[in-house]
Design a protein around this ligand. Structure first.
Ligand code: HPA
Length: 235
């Protein structure tokens, strides 16, 4: 038991899927996992453990943003022997080269968060685990998904004031999309010697203002979750 997770040692599988939304964690447990049981309910930040294709897998909500995410990820890595973290989330596109519904497999995750400034006088470059990244690309290819591998940015700010270009020239430096959690997941995985990958469905484009529609949203999330689970168990 930790300050934010009431589970006992052994309650989490070595592989944990990380959606932001607690109700999405429950949806994943209810719709994908066999024999799922709830292992965390503190603050309603729900966690579940079950099996996927016969292999143990957990799913733990992170909440929104990096400070919240870091609390759950740190406790999972330090106290629950978690070895593999797969974020399954949504992102906003920063370039017209991508379309809503596309999958963004994040090779790197830049950030405007101050969290990484506390441990090194460098601009640290948080990156995905190569094995998880390459496996996810192979699976995405065989499933006929439209996918992109590249950099994303994990921003602390969802509502940017009018007239402020808070992503600067990141798109001009190859950054494909914005979300709010991946960078600190990569950083903490590196710190604890674990593997991490973020796979995101693009739900909106910040350039064209296009948005995924409700029916496409559900099927896209389904495809992403299945991909995340298969990557997580090494399928
Ligand atoms: N900003 C941050 N996170 C997001 C967005 C966005 O526009 N879309 C989906 N996740």
């Amino acid at each position: 038991m930790t300050p934010h997770i009431e589970a006992k040692k052994g309650d989490y599988a070595p592989t944990v899927l990380l959606p932001g939304d607690p109700l999405r964690a429950k949806w994943i447990a209810d719709n994908f996992l066999d024999d799922a049981r709830q292992v965390n309910g503190v603050r309603n930040c729900l966690g579940f453990t079950g099996t996927w294709r016969g292999k143990p897998v957990s799913v733990q909500a992170t909440g929104m943003g990096q400070p919240s995410t870091a609390i759950y990820v740190h406790e999972l890595l330090e106290h629950f022997d978690v070895k593999r973290l797969i974020r399954v989330g949504t992102c906003g596109g920063l370039t017209t080269k991508l379309n809503v519904r596309d999958l963004v497999i994040a090779m790197t995750a830049s950030t405007d968060s101050a969290m990484n400034q506390s441990f090194a006088p460098y601009t640290y470059a948080p990156h995905a685990d190569y094995g998880l990244l390459s496996r996810s690309v192979e699976l995405a290819k065989t499933r006929g998904f439209t996918w992109h591998v590249g950099g994303i940015v994990s921003s602390d700010t969802f509502y940017v004031p009018d007239g402020v270009n808070s992503y600067g020239d990141l798109p001009g430096h190859g950054v494909l999309a914005v979300e709010m959690e991946a960078s600190v997941i990569y950083t903490l995985a590196a710190r604890f010697g674990a593997e991490a990958l973020a796979i995101c469905t693009m739900t909106d484009c910040l350039v064209t203002k296009a948005e995924i529609d409700a029916s496409e949203r559900q099927s896209s999330l389904r495809e992403m979750v299945e991909l995340g689970l298969d990557v997580g168990i090494g399928a």
